[in-house]
Write a protein that binds this ligand. Structure first.
Ligand SMILES: N[C@@H](CCC(=O)N[C@@H](CS)C(=O)NCC(=O)O)C(=O)O
Length: 95
């Protein structure tokens, strides 16, 4: 498993959240899940919007909405060719 600083704010049955969880799981990422209430107060506090999925990454300070953007961010940051994995000497390619 690849450690990350990501917390995923979600509703378990939201299809966009499922898509993000699947992508994270496929990438082998370790992340926290916060199951939001119906008013999505947790996300509202973080981003000023009532929408899931959302993430906060404590490693980078990034907060983000939109499933496609979240998945692209995780790939960039932690996925194949990502620059954040430490200790394996993985080759880095120009972005
Ligand atoms: N384009 C967004 C759509 C996300 C979305 O529509 N989420 C719904 C839950 S499935 C939501 O949070 N709706 C706000 C609400 O119901 O208050 C994405 O891809 O993440």
């Amino acid at each position: 498993m690849i450690p990350t600083g990501i917390t995923l704010y979600q509703w378990q049955h939201c299809p966009y959240c499922t898509k993000v969880r699947r992508a994270f799981d496929q990438m082998g990422l370790q992340y926290r899940i916060v199951e939001c209430g119906p008013d999505q107060a947790e996300v509202y506090q973080l981003l000023g919007r009532r929408q899931v999925p959302a993430i906060k990454d404590v490693r980078t300070g990034v907060t983000m909405l939109e499933s496609d953007d979240i998945i692209a961010y995780a790939r960039r940051q932690y996925g194949e060719g990502g620059g954040a994995q430490q200790g394996d000497g993985a080759p880095s390619e120009a972005a």
